[in-house]
Write a protein that binds this ligand. Structure first.
Ligand SMILES: NC(=O)c1ccc[n+]([C@@H]2O[C@H](COP(=O)([O-])OP(=O)(O)OC[C@H]3O[C@@H](n4cnc5c(N)ncnc54)[C@H](O)[C@@H]3O)[C@@H](O)[C@H]2O)c1
Length: 435
């Protein structure tokens, strides 16, 4: 339902709108204009999703690969919109896009090393920055983002879509209502087998841009999908903070196994060395004494599993099982031990209001609808000119785990302190800006 004109206004909305109380009825939202930078796999998917939100226009797209640019422009036209202007004059052409006066915000979905410089430039140009994960790669880049956002007063939101998974929001709601008690521990992870290993799909044996990181660094190279939910559940930067981490990696065997399987034992690819251990385990302790165990494993054959386990003082939720145990409420097993209970009836009772409201529209978007909800929340903040639900402090605190884990792994798992990007503001409890 993209054409707002076909949506009849109900009487209350009409009167309120006429009195200037609410902007417009659903489908006639105040237009928000978003530029997209980087339209590879993820950028194209984000583009499709954002075009399905009411009142969003995409007048400009920046992409250095002409094929990907043309595909993105085709997506905009297919959605019934005016052809987006393309920016493809080299790696810095995004700066020209950022000079446009008609953009309220940008989505950035380029390779990792470009996220921070592009987001800083976006904020300096007065545009909300919606940035793919991770928002930055180094401690220094994190501080640059914090300083740019504080100085320009323009929000920067890492588009951490797992925070908006249905089960993650269910747990948020159950914690808020005291059903799980107080959260004490969380176990989460990015466990997603990359069958092609660090190599491109073709037979060249070349590394992908992610593969280059796998070759050069050892730690948790993709922490945000897992830590975002845990940090939200634990009110990190909103009354508690991550104090320090310690990180350990296994030996690296997966990339070589992938090379042998794909290109043969005598191939040049099979003779390369890779820094990244197959399984990285990072432990984080919070200032108030909570803990998180965080896994990173993209090299081992295994089904996808983010774990998403929340241990509270009254019970536990497991994302792997989609089951709960609540003391005094869940039936015990015959031997009197706690037993897992299906989460279905908890969804009926504690479904998050945001999910209830958006699940129908979200249904066809990626990651079980969470991509739609994420962009909905970003666009809402841009439209209303408010802070984003995931702010620059969350984005940097979650992303900085990568460089801190490199340091810990290199020092035989020595503890490494988190920088306090909030400069003390974490002490003040505040709600996450969701429904
Ligand atoms: N949140 C999620 O669920 C999710 C899923 C997949 C990927 N991602 C993230 O999305 C980002 C992109 O990943 P991808 O898989 O789409 O990679 P990709 O390689 O398919 O796409 C990156 C695109 O950026 C373009 N690009 C590179 N340099 C550019 C520049 N200077 N200016 C403009 N365009 C440029 C490339 O040509 C390419 O089309 C990564 O940060 C990744 O971690 C997130």
């Amino acid at each position: 339902m993209l054409d707002g004109m076909s949506t009849p206004l109900d009487r209350r909305t009409f009167l309120a709108g006429a009195a200037g109380l609410v902007p417009m009825a659903l489908g006639q939202e105040k237009p928000v204009r978003i530029g997209v930078i980087g339209t590879g796999n993820r950028g194209t998917s984000l583009l499709r999703t954002i075009l399905s939100l009411p009142g969003v226009e995409v007048p400009a797209v920046c992409e250095i690969n002409e094929t990907n640019l043309a595909r993105a422009q085709g997506v905009v036209e297919k959605a019934g919109r005016t052809k987006a202007e393309g920016y493809s004059r080299g790696v810095e052409d995004y700066k020209r896009l950022l000079q446009r006066k008609d953009l309220d915000g940008v989505l950035i979905a380029t390779p990792w090393e470009l996220h921070a410089p592009m987001a800083v430039a976006a904020m300096q140009a007065g545009k909300y920055a919606g940035v793919e994960v991770p928002v930055a790669l180094t401690v220094e880049e994190c501080w640059q983002l914090v300083e740019a956002s504080e100085k320009t007063k323009i929000p920067c939101m890492m588009l951490e879509n797992v925070c908006y998974f249905r089960n993650v929001l269910l747990v948020m709601n159950m914690l808020r209502q005291g059903v799980l008690g107080d959260i004490i521990h969380s176990e989460v992870g990015y466990q997603h087998y990359f069958r092609n290993g660090p190599f491109t799909r073709d037979q060249s044996g070349d590394l992908t841009w992610r593969g280059v990181h796998t070759a050069n660094k050892d730690g948790n190279q993709y922490p945000t999908h897992a830590i975002g939910p845990a940090a939200w559940w634990m009110n990190i930067n909103r009354g508690d903070r991550f104090a320090y981490l310690t990180s350990m990696s296994t030996v690296s065997l997966g990339p070589k196994a992938a090379a042998v399987r794909r290109f043969g034992a005598d191939s040049a690819a099979a003779k390369r060395t890779f820094a990244q251990g197959d399984v990285n385990t990072t432990m984080i302790r919070t200032e108030n004494g909570m803990s998180v165990v965080l896994y990173y494993n993209i090299q081992s054959p295994r089904p996808y599993d983010l774990i998403l386990r929340a241990q509270g003082t009254k019970g536990i939720y497991s994302g792997t099982l989609d089951k709960v145990y609540i003391e005094g409420r869940s039936p015990d097993a015959k031997n009197g031990e706690p037993d897992w209970e299906d989460a279905a009836k908890y969804y009926e009772q504690y479904e998050h209001p945001l999910w209830k409201r958006l699940s129908r529209e979200a249904a066809s978007s990626g990651h079980g609808g969470a991509d739609y909800v994420t962009l909905h929340e970003f666009v809402k903040a841009v439209r209303e000119k408010t802070e984003t639900p995931i702010d620059v402090y969350d984005s940097t605190t979650w992303s900085v785990i990568t460089p801190l884990s490199f340091e810990s792994v290199a020092k035989r798992s020595a503890p490494v302190d988190f920088p306090d990007f909030t400069r003390g503001k974490w002490r003040t409890p505040r709600a996450i800006r969701i429904a």
